[in-house]
Structures are given as structure tokens and as C-alpha cells.
Design a protein around this ligand. Structure first.
Ligand code: ATP
Length: 984
């Protein structure tokens, strides 16, 4: 035995087999039979018969095969199985069964190990057989094959399941190297969806030398008869790609492959680091390690070129587009170890990358031409061709920034822009009695300002207002006197300056170097179509009143931190504006005002000014709300600004705005929002015949608003400022609620309400898809309101006395109502005096405290105004209006025919006592069931064809651009002073 290692091994194996028989009862019968059969052959070994190791191995594997066959066929068919398994053992397919196990193929295998493997698992058997049936040096077993398997193991593990391997050109594993110093930052701020390319790294910047794009590919070489795996790390740096061969001993290879992909690279690199073979810069290894430690999902990859190798949704849609390289989902998994087709992502100015770089650039050009003109270039073109106005031309084409200086007015823009064109702005008092706070607004603009009341509790004075007493009925004043009034100082002048000389170094750099994103911008044009017309002549005026004197049940911050600016919105992955923002953030470290080119002032609110702004270098348009920090602080409006931002951050709804980003500088707080090019419903209504919407159109708009309010309520947000001016129209004609600085945040405690049969009408025969789902199964967990919410509007609002007694048969047919889940803040209470005069709910005016029911009041006023062209309680002045709201009965004008259903809904909503108001108890679900909405497909309304589409973008731009020989100034009136305003 001692002379024959094979014998020793076999005996040991036998022992092990024996011991296994004892230890594993489940397999024992099968195994025992095999062992018995082996007895006849084993004596040859025991008697010292001369045998080769190969013979022994053959015998062993025959036993293995028999055992496997017996396992599969059962004991009763043992004999057949043996013969079959013998044949099977010779089939090459068995050898190649385990791809993964092949990773460890470099390890020399002893018989002992092979036999031990027999007792471990079937997979181990396969591996052992594979090793022994093919010698290391056989043609079918190459180191290249091993390396390939190693590569596959690494890449497949790291890739998305199902991602096809590209063993040819795609055999790259890319690693991003970020310096220690910048890793933490980038991990926080950068996402995986973009890879920023940098073409000229000679310019020192934050993103230049520290970030290295490392591509690793596994290769295999045979060195001195030993299997070695070689990992080539390719450092893509400005000066070119370096290939740093890394010799990995077979042990390393084995250990590497047994680890996870990231660990694999990490462990290999650690060894290389100690061996100083990684690169000439020893720090790179540690840098790479630091990246590996970083959250992979947050590790971006930078490349030195203009090419952006980010998977482009739009590009993928285009036949000529650059093929998406790695899906974002893949990148998440491959953040540290990423495989990307080399020819598309390595636009390096180096030998190997030159060709591919050219390819990319060609593809980019194709994409660009396929996309046509970008939005911003359309604007520029229009302005250049049609508008000789040098100011507008400068704004559109050369002057990227506008700077109004802060002269006692919050409507100011960044001061860090140099300015050499000053525009005098003067204001005159509004003619409207309801105009409380002056603001820079187009002539005739129906003001959407807020009165000083929002700062009543602070004793703060707001511009253009004297005190609450001037607008509030005396009996209301009495109630309000407990809160200190705060007259406001008026903004009498402001100066806007246009930067005609400099757009800022950073901006110009960005502009010139960030064309890469344009290649992936597709479809943004449609999103960014803008109706740039100034708002027309409007007869009515209303103002929002903000008061944060007291409110109960304000939600905590944690409620608001739910959604970030996009990462958690996979359904918005096609929205390239996210990518645009990230693109710039990654390039510049953070978003700043200088990254935007302000194209047009969209309007001024109480806390800031909203601009149409192009994110430089991306062709993406945004609504940029700029708020002056000093003004906010001095007017104690910081909480309102914060509230708006926090609410916007939470929103993720088709009828609510998207906040792409926000940033704060020393001077300004900015919100980067979705731009709505269609104007607002107030303007739209003015254009309708008789300045009223048709009932069908009104139903569409109020239905979308209702869904938005329902969503807000469920988030614990009472909107409080519903009015047509705050309903913006998207370019697709659907609506978007805006302006949340007056909103109330509160906690929501979902409750199950027992529906009473007196409220819920008997189920009608449904015609929609919900007919079958109108479940009456008492075990069904679907709440009753949900059953009816889609297609089965039911009359729930009719006052009790107005309801006719039901026939007995009908009552018998009533569906037993299930408890209704109410997830709206119906019990929230605030004593704030907020809103717009004509829209203020009685309980707000009376100071009785209010909750979410105020939104249903304003909803009623809103519907009324859309249908009748005016608000129901409008008086000759604000005081009268407030008095009317509290005391006057609801009346419908006779000069316009409106359906009973519409009037019934308005009647139910404009109930002065909030507790009796429709929606106050059961929320939006109750309103949705009203007959006015009968037949409306709530679930699909977002896909419905809207009543009206905004003007085409180009036409709107042309219309917005000042005409030839027209005066270069636009005049606005505020507080009796004329304002010269040349900017837009
Ligand atoms: N996302 C947007 N897209 C297009 N225009 C917008 C957008 N957001 C706001 N606007 C326009 O900018 C103007 C100012 O809006 P902002 O929300 O700052 O104030 P406001 O609506 O006047 O109300 P408030 O004074 O109560 O804040 C509005 O007239 C609105 O039409």
C-alpha cells in the first residue's frame, strides 16, 4: 500500500465510504449495494496486485456512475442503471456539466480529494470526474478556457440575470477609480446612471486626474507549465490607457473566483497592491479599494471624453441611436465591476480607443441629426431670426444669465453675474381691490399673490398691504384680532440686469464641453414645448393669503423624506431631465445657478420668481424657482419655502410637479421643477367662449385636480390654495397643480369607516370593466369605495331631504357596504389664515380651525368658476367677498345652463359647515362617486384626450418673442409706479 499511493487513497476512500454509510442513512442502502459490488474488484488491490492508478480511478468512477444511476433509477432497476451510467460517464457532456466548477480547475487534484468529493455532493462528483477524465494539458482543457470561465463567473454574477455575454468585444470589466478624497462625495451625490466623459484631461479640474476609468479583462496564459490567470487592468487616463498585467497565481485565481465579483477584484488588487505591480502609481490600488468599499450603487464612472456612455432610453429607441451600453439596473450591480462594450464606451485618445471613439462620435452625430433641433436651439433660432431685439437676442443667445439686483425686492437674481445692462423696473398699484401684495406681473395679470396675513402671527409686514383689517369683515376682524396683523411694505422698485459680457467661466466651460448629453436627449423637445406668451388680459384678481399662525398635527420631517429627487421613480426613467440634472451635477459637483440659462420669467410668487431655464449643455428646460434667502428670512417666509420644497420632494404623481433638484447658495434657494408650457387654467378659461369651460372640459380638469388633491391628502398635505391660476397645463394638455407654499402638512391616520347604506346608493348595473369586480363577497378585503372608485360613480352627496324614498325592491338590492378606508387628513386642524380671498373657506375666514375639508370647498369654487366664469361669492372688494363667503347663500347664475349634476356637486361642496361638506368625512372617494363624474374612467384619465392642447412650441416661442419695431419695454403696474421691464 505504501508503494502505491493509489491503493492508500482507495482504502481511505473505502473507509470514508464506510463511514459515510453509517453517517448517512438515507443513502446507505444505495451506497451499500455499490460497495458490495466493489468488493469483487477491490481484492485485487488488497492482494497487492499490480495496478495503475488510472485503473483504480476507472474502477472508482465506475462505482460513481453506478451510484448515480442507481440514485436516478431506484434500487429496483439497479442493474440497468449501472450499465447506463457507465456509458453516461463517458459522455463529454458530463465533463462540461459544471461551468462554474471549472473555475477552480487549476488546482491539482489528488485521488483522495477526488474520492472525498464523491461523498460530498453530486456536483463535487462532476467536478472530480472532470478533473480526472481530462488531463490538465489536454486540448480540451485550456487555461484560456479556465480564464473564460473565470471571466464568465465574475461577469455573470455581476451582471443582470439574463444579460447576454459578449465574449468578443464585450469582454471588459470596468471599474471606476475615484480618489479617496472624492469618493465619499461622489458616492453621495452621484448616481450610476451616467458616465461622464471628459475629453481633455489636461485641464485640471475636480474630475480630471483623480477619477480613473479602469477596464479589466481576464485573460489566461500558460506560464512555465503552470496555469495562470492574468487580469489586465486597463487604466483609462487622459494620457492614454495603460495595460497593467497582473499575474495571478493559480491559488489566487481559485480564491478570486470563489469570492463575489467585487471581492474578487478587490482581493486580487490587494495582492497586487502589496506586490506593487498594479501600476506605477501605488496609490491607485488603494484608490480602487476605496471605491470597492464605497456603495457600489453610488459609484459613478468617469471617462475622458465627451462621450456619454450612459444607457440612453431615447437612443435605444432610435435605430440610429447609440446602443445602450449598460442598463441602469445592471450598473447598479456592476457599479464596481462593470462590463460594457468597449467600442462604445472607450472614446479615449489612445491607440486602442481611437477607433471606437470615432465610432461613438459618428453615432452621436447621427443621433443628433435624428433628434432634430433641440428646444433651446429652437428658441435661439427663433429669437435670432425673428427677433431683432438685442436684449432678447442676448438673453436667448449670448447672455446666459440674468441678474436682478436685490433692491428691497425679493424678485432678484444672482448677483454674482456681472452685469452691464440695467433695466429699470417700476411698479404701479394694482387696480384690483383684491390685489393685496404688489408683485412684478404682466399687465392685467390676475395676481396670485399672498396677503400679509401669512405673516400675521409673526408681526411681519409684507409689501403692499396694510393689515388684515382692510380686507376682512368686521366680525371676522374681531376673530382675527387675536393674531397680530402685519402690514407689509411694498416693493416699489427693482432692477434687473442682464449679463451681456460674461456668462461665467464655469458656465461657458460647461456649455462648450457638455455636448455629450445632447446625444441622449430625445423627446425632451416635446416635454419642453413652451407656450411663452405672457398672460393675457384678465378681469379678475385674487390673492393668496398665507398665515402660519398655528396648526395642529403637523407631520414630522420623517414623513417627508420618503422620496428623493428621482432615484425612487423607476417609472420616470424615460424622463431625460433626470439624467440631465445628474449629468451636470456630476460634472460640476453640484447644481448651481450658473448652470442655467434663464430664458424667460414665468412669473413671480410671494416667495420667489419662477423662470424658464435651460440647463446649459443639456437642452432641457426647467421651471427654476429662485428665492432670495435674505428676503425669505426678513419676511419670515423661510418655513413656507421649506414647506414647498419638502412637499415637492414627496410628490410623484402625473398631475403634480416633479422636483428634479434643489440647491441653496448663500444668496438664493432654488427649485428645479418640471416646466409646464401650457399656461394656467385661469388664462385658458379666458380664451374660452364666454370665458367659461364647457361642462365636459370642466369635468376633465376638475377630475384631474381631484386626483391630485386625493394624492396630496393621502400624503398628509392639505393644499389650501386651489384656484385656476395654480393649475398649470402641461404640453400634453393634462394638468399640473403647482404652488405648495401655503399647503398644510399633517399626519394621516388611515381609518376604516363603516359605510351606511343610507349613504351608499345601491349598486347600479355597471357597464365598465369594474362590473365584474364589484365584489359583494363579505370576505373580500377590497374596500367598498375602491370597488366603485374606477367606473361606478354613485350619488352620495344628495342631502337627506332631497333623496327620494327608495322602493322596497331597490332597498333589498342594496349591497351591504364594506368599511371604507379613509386615508385623508380629515381630522387635521389649522388656524392659519391662508388662501385666496374668493376661494377662502368659511371656516378659515371665521378662524374656527380648518382641515382637509377646505380643499373640498375650494374645489367647489373652482368648479363653479370653470363653469360660470366667476367665483360664487365674489364681492366688490375683498372684505365683501369674505363676508359673502361666510354669509351669502350659494346662487347659480341663470344666464348659463349647467347640468343638475354639476350644480348638485357644487352644492355639496360649498356647504359652509365643513362637517357637512362633501368629502369631509370620506375624502375624495366620496366626491369621485358623484353623478357628475359618472362614466369617468378615473384610472385612465391620464390617458384621456384633454379638451385642449397648448399651442405648438415653435408658435409659442415666436409669439413670445417681441416683434420688430415694438417697444422694448414691457410695463407693469404696481403701487402706482410704472415698471420698465425689458427682459422678457
Ligand atoms: N412649473 C412651472 N411651469 C411653468 N410655469 C410655472 C411653473 N411654476 C410656476 N410657474 C409660473 O410661475 C408663476 C409664479 O409661480 P409661484 O408658484 O412662484 O407663485 P404663485 O403661483 O404666483 O403663487 P404664490 O405667490 O402663492 O407662491 C406662476 O404664475 C406660474 O404660472
Amino acid at each position: 500500500m505504501g508503494s502505491c499511493p493509489g491503493i492508500c487513497e482507495i482504502i481511505e476512500s473505502k473507509d470514508e465510504l464506510d463511514s459515510f454509510q453509517h453517517s448517512n442513512g438515507s443513502i446507505q442502502p444505495c451506497f451499500a449495494s455499490i460497495a458490495d459490488e466493489k468488493v469483487g474488484k477491490l481484492p485485487m488491490l488488497k492482494t497487492g496486485r499490480n495496478c495503475s492508478v488510472q485503473d483504480d480511478l476507472n474502477q472508482i468512477f465506475e462505482a460513481i456512475d453506478r451510484r448515480a444511476s442507481v440514485r436516478s433509477l431506484g434500487l429496483s432497476q439497479k442493474s440497468d442503471a449501472e450499465s447506463k451510467s457507465k456509458n453516461a460517464s463517458k459522455k463529454p457532456v458530463r465533463i462540461g456539466v459544471s461551468q462554474a466548477s471549472g473555475i477552480g480547475i487549476s488546482e491539482s487534484v489528488t485521488l483522495k480529494q477526488a474520492l472525498r468529493g464523491l461523498c460530498i455532493s453530486h456536483a463535487s462528483e462532476m467536478a472530480a470526474m472532470k478533473r480526472l477524465s481530462k488531463s490538465v494539458g489536454s486540448p480540451g482543457f485550456s487555461e484560456a478556457g479556465a480564464a473564460k470561465r473565470l471571466y464568465r463567473a465574475v461577469v455573470v454574477e455581476a451582471s443582470e440575470p439574463g444579460l447576454p455575454l459578449d465574449d468578443g468585444k464585450g469582454s471588459m470589466v470596468e471599474i471606476s477609480l475615484v480618489p479617496e478624497s472624492s469618493t465619499s462625495d461622489s458616492c453621495q451625490t452621484m448616481t450610476e446612471t451616467l458616465q461622464v466623459a471628459r475629453s481633455n484631461s489636461s485641464t485640471p479640474s475636480v474630475h480630471s486626474s483623480p477619477r480613473l476609468a479602469v477596464a479589466t479583462t481576464t485573460k489566461a496564459t500558460k506560464d512555465k507549465g503552470q496555469l495562470k490567470g492574468e487580469i489586465v487592468i486597463e487604466l483609462s487616463e487622459a494620457e492614454g490607457r495603460k495595460q497593467i498585467p497582473k499575474s495571478v497565481q493559480k491559488g489566487n485565481l481559485k480564491s478570486a473566483t470563489s469570492l463575489s465579483n467585487s471581492n474578487t477584484i478587490k482581493s486580487v488588487l490587494e495582492q497586487e497592491e502589496t506586490g506593487s505591480t498594479f501600476s506605477d502609481d501605488g496609490s491607485k490600488a488603494s484608490k480602487l479599494k476605496s471605491v470597492q468599499k464605497c456603495d457600489p450603487s453610488l459609484t459613478p464612472s468617469f471617462r475622458d471624453s465627451n462621450t456619454v456612455s450612459k444607457p440612453s432610453q431615447s437612443a435605444s429607441n432610435s435605430p440610429r441611436a447609440v446602443k445602450p451600453i449598460v442598463t441602469s439596473a445592471t450598473i447598479k450591480k456592476l457599479a464596481a465591476v462593470r462590463r460594457e462594450p468597449r467600442d462604445e464606451i472607450i472614446p479615449q485618445p489612445m491607440e486602442a480607443g481611437t477607433k471606437t471613439s470615432t465610432v461613438v462620435m459618428v453615432q452621436k452625430e447621427k443621433v443628433r441629426s435624428a433628434m432634430g433641433l433641440s428646444i433651446s436651439s429652437t428658441i435661439k433660432k427663433v429669437l435670432e431670426v425673428d427677433d431683432p431685439d438685442p436684449v432678447l437676442a442676448e438673453v436667448g443667445c449670448k447672455k446666459s444669465f440674468i441678474e436682478p439686483s436685490l433692491k428691497g425686492d425679493h424678485h432678484s437674481l444672482p448677483s454674482f453675474f456681472s452685469s452691464n445692462i440695467s433695466i429699470k423696473v417700476s411698479k404701479s398699484a394694482s387696480n384690483s381691490p383684491r390685489t393685496v401684495k404688489p408683485a412684478i406681473r404682466p399687465k392685467g395679470f390676475r395676481k396670485k399673490t399672498q396677503t400679509t396675513c401669512d405673516d400675521v402671527s409673526n408681526g411681519d409686514e409684507l409689501p403692499g398691504t396694510n393689515s388684515m383689517s382692510c380686507r376682512t369683515p368686521s366680525y371676522v376682524q374681531q376673530k382675527l384680532k387675536k393674531e397680530p396683523a402685519s402690514p407689509s411694505s411694498s416693493n416699489t422698485s427693482s432692477s434687473y440686469e442682464v449679463n451681456s459680457s460674461s456668462t461665467g467661466q464655469g458656465a461657458s466651460n460647461l456649455h462648450s464641453s457638455s455636448n455629450g448629453f445632447n446625444n441622449r436627449v430625445q423627446g425632451v423637445k416635446a416635454n419642453a414645448k413652451s407656450n411663452l406668451r405672457e398672460k393675457g388680459d384678465f378681469s379678475q384678481s385674487s390673492s393668496s393669503i398665507g398665515d402660519y399662525s398655528s396648526s395642529t398635527s403637523i407631520s414630522d420631517e420623517s414623513n417627508l423624506s420618503g422620496s428623493s429627487c428621482g432615484g425612487s421613480r423607476p417609472h420616470m426613467s424615460k424622463d431625460l431631465r433626470w439624467d440631465a440634472v445628474r449629468f451636470v451635477e456630476m460634472r460640476t459637483g453640484s447644481l448651481e445657478l450658473r448652470n442655467f440659462k434663464l430664458l424667460k420669467r414665468l412669473g413671480c410668487g410671494d416667495i420667489g420668481t419662477v423662470y424658464l431655464a435651460e440647463l446649459i449643455g443639456t437642452d432641457c428646460l426647467f421651471a427654476l424657482k429662485v428665492m432670495d434667502n435674505e428676503f425669505l428670512a426678513s419676511r419670515k417666509k423661510m418655513p413656507r419655502a421649506r414647506t414647498e420644497r419638502e412637499i415637492l420632494q414627496m410628490l410623484d404623481h402625473p398631475f403634480l410637479p416633479t422636483l428634479y433638484s434643489h440647491f441653496t447658495t448663500d444668496k438664493f434657494s432654488c427649485l428645479v421643477m418640471e416646466f409646464c408650457p401650457g399656461g394656467d387654467l385661469h388664462v385658458l378659461r379666458q380664451k374660452q367662449p364666454n370665458r367659461c369651460f364647457s361642462e365636459e372640459a370642466a369635468r376633465f380638469y376638475v377630475a384631474e385636480v381631484l386626483l391630485a388633491l386625493e394624492y396630496l391628502h393621502m400624503l398628509g398635505v392639505v393644499y389650501r390654495d386651489l384656484k385656476p391660476e395654480n393649475i398649470l397645463v402641461r404640453e400634453d394638455g393634462h394638468i399640473m397643480l403647482s404652488d405648495f407654499d401655503l399647503s398644510l402638512r399633517c399626519t394621516v391616520s388611515p381609518t376604516l369607516l363603516k359605510s351606511s347604506s343610507s349613504i351608499v346608493e345601491p349598486a347600479k348595473k355597471l357597464t365598465g370593466p369594474c362590473a365584474e369586480s364589484s365584489c359583494i363577497d363579505p370576505f373580500c378585503l377590497q374596500p367598498s369605495w375602491a370597488q366603485a372608485s374606477c367606473f361606478s360613480p354613485r350619488l352620495v352627496s344628495t342631502p337627506a331631504k332631497a333623496r327620494k324614498p327608495k322602493p322596497k325592491s331597490e332597498l333589498a338590492a342594496q349591497v351591504t357596504p364594506l368599511p371604507q378606508l379613509v386615508a385623508e387628513p380629515t381630522s387635521a386642524r389649522s388656524n392659519s389664515f391662508v388662501g385666496t380671498h374668493e376661494y377662502l373657506a368659511p371656516e378659515i375666514i371665521k378662524g374656527d380651525g380648518h382641515g382637509s375639508a377646505v380643499d373640498w370647498w375650494t374645489f367647489g369654487v373652482f368648479l363653479y368658476e370653470l363653469l360660470y366664469g366667476k367665483t360664487p361669492f365674489k364681492g366688490s372688494g375683498n372684505e365683501e367677498t369674505l363676508a359673502n363667503v361666510v354669509t351669502q347663500c350659494l346662487k347659480f347664475p341663470d344666464d348659463r345652463i349647467v347640468s343638475f349634476q354639476a350644480r348638485d356637486l357644487i352644492r355639496g361642496l360649498l356647504v359652509k359647515e365643513p362637517d357637512n361638506r362633501m368629502g369631509s368625512v370620506r375624502g375624495a372617494a366620496e366626491i369621485k362617486q358623484h353623478q357628475f363624474f359618472e362614466g369617468l374612467n378615473w384610472a385612465l384619465i391620464r390617458c384621456a384626450i384633454p379638451p385642449e392642447l397648448p399651442k405648438s412650441f415653435e408658435a409659442a416661442v415666436i409669439a413670445a418673442a417681441p416683434k420688430k419695431n415694438t417697444a422694448k419695454t414691457l410695463e407693469f403696474k404696481a403701487n402706482g409706479k410704472h415698471v420698465e421691464f425689458e427682459l422678457f
